[in-house]
Design a protein around this ligand. Structure first.
Ligand code: SF4
Length: 56
């Protein structure tokens, strides 16, 4: 999954729903480790800014 950094508010909502802990929140941006991500789509569903998708 990919995060549109222009839309992301770095709220951290996606982190708690990821079943494989692929998402990390840093001070200024959220990063998804696509080597760990299983593309379940849960983070995209809960993102209030609709910043997460399966393509850039
Ligand atoms: Fe985690 Fe699923 Fe989002 Fe991948 S798609 S980062 S596994 S919540």
């Amino acid at each position: 999954m990919y995060i549109n950094q222009h839309l992301c508010d770095v709220c951290g909502t996606c982190v708690s729903v990821c079943p494989v802990d692929a998402i990390e929140v840093f001070e200024t941006q959220v990063v998804i480790d696509n080597d760990v991500c299983i593309s379940c789509g849960k983070c995209a569903q809960v993102c209030p800014a609709r910043a997460i998708g399966d393509a850039l």
